[in-house]
Write a protein that binds this ligand. Structure first.
Ligand SMILES: [Zn+2]
Length: 485
């Protein structure tokens, strides 16, 4: 009897695996048949001149600050003036609006007013340069050398902003009129969460009753070598982004002199609570963007991985196990937490009455502030600990990528990056994009540029740069996108 059961189990496992393998072969064949290359002829543009334009815009230090009153309004006005001087056709043919103090909106009227408009966005602001002595080229020099434009904001996000403007200026020179009306929005404070930038733009457009077929903001790029077993570049298009919660833990006990302590102190209790949080991870779950990412990779990865990625009905537990082993992929899988700030007393011989720490949580789509509070409360096992939510931004909605706008973006990507696999994904960091959920159900996050580990390490860091190759690709991408509406 026992032998039969074992035999049956083995037979069942073999058949499941056979089904998974057959399914994989079939799905990959169907996908290949669906792929068609579109190679339209592009109008010519002057890349050197575009780089010089980016240089001029990098030279204006449009730094945004957590305390908005520190922002230099004259610099943003100057930035606007430089754009006006560099792109005369745009300022003749498009309607320009300034929303709030420093936000820029352009409207390029389409030929068919019955069609819904599209909205392309980028941000004007940059993070501070930090320690300028660690830069090879001064952060606001915009030096052009070795095939790069160097400087703060050259990649994030003025390269993208310039690419949008160059594409329009180029198309205007040919007399082109887009089918749909194209809106452009450049927020002024993405780096500090978009409160007076994208939030204001989006709520103004919503109040005026505008709806968009899709919104495309900065986001994922074309990455190489990030996923083992996938040898082609992958263009990751964000269809959602994680939320953020700063949770303050406050521990209160008797204070006093450290020579006569009564342990545990408020700081000791706080440390124990933080330690208990760190010992456990929130449970993992495969959200739609992550499922979609791995299914897209399954069409192009090595065959054993394809069997796993294309048969998540069978291999979800195995995939979760694989993703847990790397901090980036692990963050795609669960709500994460990191203890980042702590305060005790101000002197070594004083026991503080109150100690506090901040734990930064990043929430998967679907997770709520309540879920995090419940989980934390359960973990710390200390009812005397106060939990005080501070800054909170809810996880974004998830855009359904099985819709025409995603395929439109995919076609523009394939035209410029012919060897890349286009895949939906979950952004781990935040962008302005979530503000635009109120004006479109199709919100995407993509920066049309190649990004490797080297370029990634320069983001928000010293020696940020944007290659001329990337600038060319970004301009081409937007020309494709604007001409294929
Ligand atoms: Zn950015």
């Amino acid at each position: 009897m026992g032998v039969y059961v074992v035999f049956l189990l083995i037979a069942l496992m073999v058949s499941l695996l056979a089904v998974a393998v057959m399914r994989t072969l079939h799905l990959r064949m169907v996908k290949k048949a669906l792929l068609s290359q579109s190679q339209a002829l592009l109008p010519p543009f002057d890349l050197e001149l575009a780089a010089a334009h980016l240089q001029q815009l990098v030279r204006v230090p449009t730094v945004s600050h957590a305390h908005a009153e520190e922002d230099s309004v004259p610099d943003f006005s100057r930035f606007r003036q430089v754009i006006r001087d560099l792109y005369p056709r745009i300022h003749t043919h498009l309607i320009q609006r300034v929303l709030g103090e420093s936000n820029l909106v352009y409207i390029w009227q389409g030929a068919d007013l019955q069609l819904e408009s599209v909205l392309l966005t980028a941000h004007q602001d940059v993070v501070p340069a930090g320690d300028t002595s660690s830069w090879t080229h001064q952060p606001f020099s915009g030096d052009i050398t070795e095939g790069f434009v160097w400087g703060r904001g050259s990649f994030d996000d003025k390269g993208q902003l310039v690419a949008i403007l160059e594409a329009i200026e180029t198309l205007l020179a040919t007399g082109f009129v887009p089918k749909r009306t194209i809106w452009i929005a450049f927020g002024c404070d993405e780096e500090v969460r978009g409160q007076k930038g994208a939030k204001l733009i989006a709520s103004t457009l919503a109040a005026e009753g505008h709806r968009f077929a899709f919104v495309l903001d900065e986001g994922g790029a074309v990455v190489e070598g990030f996923i083992p077993g996938v040898h082609r570049p992958v263009a990751v298009v964000g269809i959602a982004e994680k939320g953020n919660l700063d949770l303050k833990l406050i521990s209160s006990r008797d204070g006093g002199h450290s020579s006569t302590p009564k342990n545990p102190t408020s700081l000791g209790k706080l440390a124990a609570a933080v330690s208990r949080i760190e010992q456990r991870q929130a449970p993992g779950r495969l959200t739609l963007p992550v499922r979609k990412l791995f299914i897209a990779l399954g069409y192009e990865s090595s065959f054993p991985l394809a069997v796993v990625f294309l048969n998540l009905w069978l291999f979800t537990p195995l995939l979760k196990l694989i993703l847990s082993h790397n901090s980036t992929t692990n963050a795609m899988l669960r709500d994460t937490h990191a203890a980042t700030m702590a305060i005790g007393s101000e002197a070594s011989n004083v026991i503080s009455q109150e100690s506090s720490a901040v734990v930064n949580f990043r929430l998967l789509p679907g997770s709520t502030e309540k879920d995090i509070l419940r989980w934390t409360r359960k973990r710390i096992k200390d009812d005397s600990m106060q939990l005080e939510p501070q800054a909170f931004s809810t996880p974004s909605r998830v855009t359904d990528p099985d819709q025409p706008p995603f395929h439109m973006i995919e076609r523009a990507i394939t035209a410029v990056f012919p060897t890349a696999i286009t895949a939906p994904y979950l952004m781990l960091g935040g962008t302005d994009a979530h503000w635009y959920e109120q004006v479109s159900s199709q919100v995407y996050r993509f920066t049309p540029a190649l990004m490797d580990q080297n370029e990634l390490s320069r983001m928000h860091n010293a020696d940020e740069r944007f290659s001329l190759d990337n600038l060319r690709r970004a301009i081409e991408f937007y020309i494709h996108l604007m001409t294929s509406q």
